[in-house]
Design a protein around this ligand. Structure first.
Ligand code: PLP
Length: 432
């Protein structure tokens, strides 16, 4: 099954044409393979745990369209439900029953969410929640953490993760200083730094937003007591605590990080998994806060395609599948086998590495670690990661093309897939 020389003629042709049509040839920067070198492969189709590219190569996929494909790509039940929904049209621009169904599922699952608003992306969810934080508290400053990514809105493009980290962009041109002057940053897992920001800015901080498990600077879990500490500090200062669970929601547990760690924020953003592979985002939380959102309240936020029946349908089906008993245990067992295996192989082949998993979310850094924050993550050997990435690709394993992105497994990944992946990793690591 393992291929060692990759034929990518068609991918190269298509990507060359794409570069003349779209900036960098892509619709989102991290797809471009810039940090790992080489050219991106162009996908033809996806199914279960696998991808096929336009040259006919098959890969085991650990990106899962950046998280949403948690049940496996093109799950037959999701596809069937979508076919049925499609017969009734693609967009209503008016209320549809499916919104109630998905809203109820989200509210039942996610501890902080008493009411929810659907949008079309994680970026939109985070932009909107920021406006709501400010509207509700009447304060303008926010605290975010270095290496955390909350979408590409201006206010969050300060020491951001994901593509910003991957491409080593300091910040982005075009983001006015006046916009980011209210964005305060602290290192992840550093409660003292957060405490200091609150003391330096009395009565001015609307709240703290974070990825409760960082997935956009590689995989960085919270230290014991970090989330509880943030809950306490924000409560003491009458500020809001916001978990950006666009990645972790329904990924590390059905109820997200807040269920997993038993810490309930005031507001939560969601995306990725809840759209089942279609464009969806959502924000929700305490009813008294959510009642401020228009038209119930005065904080304006809207969307032509929001609550779209197709996206709602894919989300509902995906959550139904995930809600069955044992799904997260299965994801955890499979993913732990993968990360334990990778760490063991790294050790045997003499490479400094650290990493881990929570359920179906994982990471591997080429540094001895431990990694508690973005600064630690940056100590990784990026050149080694690039060669590892290329070697795995040539052996039919598709990993995120950046050291600073988490990996994802799905319910479709089997023990045989993990075995093949580890076999490939052994060959590659032995050759690094
Ligand atoms: C992916 C992601 C976003 C942005 O979501 P988009 O749908 O890409 O706009 C925001 N926050 C986190 C934590 C994410 O992982």
């Amino acid at each position: 099954m393992i291929t060692t020389s990759l034929k990518t003629t068609k991918s190269e042709e298509i990507f060359a044409a794409a570069q003349k049509l779209m900036p960098g040839g892509v619709s989102s920067p991290v797809r471009a393979f810039k940090s790992v070198g080489g050219q991106p492969i162009v996908f033809d189709r996806v199914n279960g745990a696998y991808i096929w590219d336009v040259d006919g190569n098959q890969y085991i996929d650990y990106v899962g369209t950046w998280g949403p494909a948690i049940c496996g790509h093109a799950h037959p039940e999701v596809i069937k439900a979508l076919h049925e929904a499609l017969e009734k049209g693609t967009s209503f621009g008016a209320p549809c029953f499916q919104e109630n169904v998905l809203a109820e599922m989200v509210i039942d699952a996610v501890p902080s969410v008493e009411m929810v608003r659907f949008v079309n992306s994680g970026t939109e969810a985070c932009m909107s929640v920021l406006r709501l934080m400010r509207a509700f508290t009447g304060r303008e400053k926010i605290v975010k953490f270095e290496g955390c990514y909350h979408g590409h809105a201006d206010m969050f493009l300060v020491k951001a993760g994901s593509g910003v980290a991957t491409l080593g962009l300091p910040d982005s041109p075009g983001v006015p200083k006046s916009t980011t002057s209210n964005t305060l940053t602290a290192p992840f897992n550093d409660l003292e730094a957060v405490q200091a920001l609150f003391e330096e800015n009395p009565g001015a901080i609307a709240g703290v937003i974070l990825e409760p498990v960082v997935g956009n600077a590689g995989f960085i879990p919270p230290d014991a007591g970090f989330l509880a500490g943030l809950r306490e500090i924000t409560r003491d200062h009458e500020a809001l605590l916001v978990f950006d669970e666009v990645m972790t929601g329904f990924r590390i547990a059905y109820g997200g990080a807040q269920e997993k760690f038993g810490i309930t924020p005031d507001l939560t953003t969601l995306g990725k998994v809840i759209g089942g592979g279609l464009p969806v985002g959502a924000y929700g939380g305490r009813k008294d806060i959510m009642q401020m959102v228009a038209p119930a309240g005065s904080m304006y936020q809207a969307g032509t395609l929001s609550g779209n029946p197709l996206a709602m349908t894919a989300g509902i089906k995906t959550l139904e599948i995930l809600h069955q008993p044992g799904t997260y245990d299965q994801l955890d067992r499979m993913t732990k086998r993968l990360t334990d295996g990778l760490l063991q192989i790294a050790k045997e082949t003499g490479h400094a590495a650290c990493g881990g998993n929570i359920s179906g979310m994982f990471g591997l850094f080429f540094t001895a670690g431990p990694v508690h924050n973005y600064e630690d993550a940056k100590a990784s050997d990026l050149s080694k990661f690039s060669r590892f990435h290329r070697g795995m690709l040539e052996r039919g394993v598709y990993l995120a093309p950046s050291q600073f992105e988490a990996g994802f497994t799905s319910l479709a990944h089997t023990d045989a897939d993990i075995d093949r992946t580890l076999e490939a990793a052994r060959e590659v690591m032995a050759s690094l």
